[in-house]
Design a protein around this ligand. Sequence first.
Ligand SMILES: NC(=O)c1ccc[n+]([C@@H]2O[C@H](COP(=O)([O-])OP(=O)(O)OC[C@H]3O[C@@H](n4cnc5c(N)ncnc54)[C@H](OP(=O)(O)O)[C@@H]3O)[C@@H](O)[C@H]2O)c1
Length: 252
Amino acid sequence: MDKVAVVTGASSGIGAEIARGLARRGWRCVLLARRTDRLQALAAEIGGEAEACDVGDREAVGAAATRILERHPRIGLLVNNAGIPGRSGFEDGDPATIENVMRVNYLGGIWCLRAFLPGLEAAAPSHVVNIVSVAGEVAFPPSGPYSSSKHAQLAFSRATAASLRRRRIRVITVKPGFVETEGFPQSWLPGPLQRIVIGPKEVADRVIASLDGGRAEFSVPLYYGLLGRLQAFIPNTFALALGFGRKTKYHG
Ligand SMILES: NC(=O)c1ccc[n+]([C@@H]2O[C@H](COP(=O)([O-])OP(=O)(O)OC[C@H]3O[C@@H](n4cnc5c(N)ncnc54)[C@H](OP(=O)(O)O)[C@@H]3O)[C@@H](O)[C@H]2O)c1
């Protein structure tokens, strides 16, 4: 397998930990995000490359991919990880937030896949990892726009898992639960629930292990998968339960 990986959203959190883990396993990582200083510091730490890019800007993604593919015509792995929270309601939330969360979390992965597809095909068998969320299966009211973007990203990931198989590109769908990161601080969760908050390295370790085989879609930790099943099998009861205590201030 060609050992050049493109990791989006690598300037912090889960993306930075995935890049560190990949570098430990001998991958050369090309790090994408908007904060150049952060990317350059990580690139120096792990012996990678920094490329400033807003993944929601289709033209910028195309230009960055052209530069990267000139240096590395074969891309063994694309990690679509860049993402932002969408802490607002549909009824009264800022329209710009509602648009932006779809632009980055959903469309960003599509533009990156399309732009890097020639490199992934040249390196096949290759991998695409999409960092979705348990919010891709559970519509949590206080951050409905975020859940919607992750539902859309989950459909994108599942559809391309099927369509890219024949091109020998394996698409892996990762659905983390609550992870303590800069963009998603979890201090709002009440005391007992703090126990289910994990660190970004736990997600990164699972992602890297998944490159060796096993399930192509999984939750981290695995027990979060139960929530998605509950919403799918008993949607009415589940909606009642989620609506209960709507005044909870959600910061994730
Ligand atoms: N933390 C959680 O509880 C949790 C749970 C499930 C899923 N996730 C998902 O995990 C992924 C990573 O999130 P995280 O928790 O690690 O948060 P984070 O530490 O805030 O990292 C988000 C990353 O995305 C980048 N990013 C944001 N907007 C971007 C844009 N327009 N273009 C390029 N890069 C952009 C950020 O870099 P710049 O600001 O430098 O651009 C940063 O590197 C997201 O997709 C998130 O939805 C997180």
